[in-house]
Design a protein around this ligand. Structure first.
Ligand SMILES: Nc1ncnc2c1ncn2[C@@H]1O[C@H](COP(=O)(O)OP(=O)(O)OP(=O)(O)O)[C@@H](O)[C@H]1O
Ligand SMILES: [Mg+2]
Length: 264
């Protein structure tokens, strides 16, 4: 499914636009991606981005924020629960993205929320949280809301939510924690990508709570690894259900036409 001429014209010329007289669409600016989700992500909604190790989840997330900051005047927050901010900044220099400059200009904020960096203020042992207490979703939500206020963020990436989910045995706590987080961020009209690792065979609770799901695949084909992308759900959106090949090049991610193998 490809957009008609008028939709394509809008997608190519406006950073945000309105469909169905009510929904504002936020362009990710990732080449080819906006076309398969009817123009972009719905403003203020949260989607889950899930995929194999090395499939490009972090790159997709940072590209969404980098484009927002540079091309659409939309500041963004990257919450990292995996890699250090220094590692992120240095890895993305490979693509020519000067994340450090955007951080200095408050167009991107990197929040280091790795649990071993968090200390429980209620205990005087100085132990990091991971050693004893869980790191509650409410705590992370508070950090995000403070960040949104500080830089007037319109975009958010959490990499990855699974780091918090695996600390709870109780599915109810995870589901409620995620739903409250989504609700609070939604209220601020901040469009969000929650990265999710499919750690076991069960469907992660965030897949149900989020308004959209995008899957990145990374699989072996003869002597090489192939990458692809598929939109599994996108509430209220006429999205494509096809699998599209993707390529990384010197500028990051590109979604390709399935047959022609050129950017769609
Ligand atoms: N400059 C580059 N040009 C092309 N491909 C690159 C470049 N830098 C990294 N890659 C590819 O991107 C992959 C890493 O992407 P990324 O970190 O976004 O994946 P991920 O899904 O977040 O991984 P993880 O599951 O480890 O968090 C690398 O394994 C490499 O194959
Ligand atoms: Mg990653």
């Amino acid at each position: 499914m490809f957009p008609d001429k008028l939709t394509r014209l809008y997608i190519e010329n406006y950073s945000t636009f309105i469909v169905n007289n009510s929904d504002v669409k936020i362009r990710t600016g990732i080449p080819g991606f906006d076309l398969i989700v009817d123009g972009g992500l719905k403003e203020g909604k949260t989607i889950v981005l899930s995929g194999d190790p090395g499939s490009g989840k972090t790159t997709f997330g940072m590209q969404f924020l980098h484009n927002g900051a540079l091309d659409f005047e939309e500041p963004g927050i990257f919450v990292t629960l995996n890699q250090s901010p220094q590692e992120l900044i240095s890895n993305f220099r490979e693509y020519g993205w000067d994340i450090e400059k955007l951080v200095d200009e408050e167009k991107i904020m990197i929040v280091d929320a790795r649990p071993f960096k968090m200390y429980d203020e209620n205990y005087e042992t100085g132990d990091p949280l991971y050693a004893s207490e869980p790191f509650p979703f409410t705590h992370l939500t508070k950090m995000i809301l403070q960040g949104i206020k500080k830089i007037n963020a319109k975009r958010l990436v959490v990499d990855s939510l699974s780091v918090l989910s695996i600390q709870y045995g109780n599915q109810f706590n995870i589901r409620q924690g995620i739903q409250k987080m989504i609700h609070d961020i939604d209220e601020k009209k901040c469009t969000s990508i929650f990265i999710s690792e499919n750690l076991d065979s069960k469907t992660p609770p965030e897949w149900y709570a989020a308004s959209g799901i995008v899957i990145l695949n990374h699989f072996k084909k003869t002597n090489t690894m192939e990458r692809s992308i598929q939109v599994i759900k996108m509430r209220g959106t006429k999205h494509s259900e096809q699998t599209y090949p993707i390529r990384f090049n010197e500028n990051g991610y590109h979604v390709l036409h399935p047959r022609l193998q050129t950017v769609i």
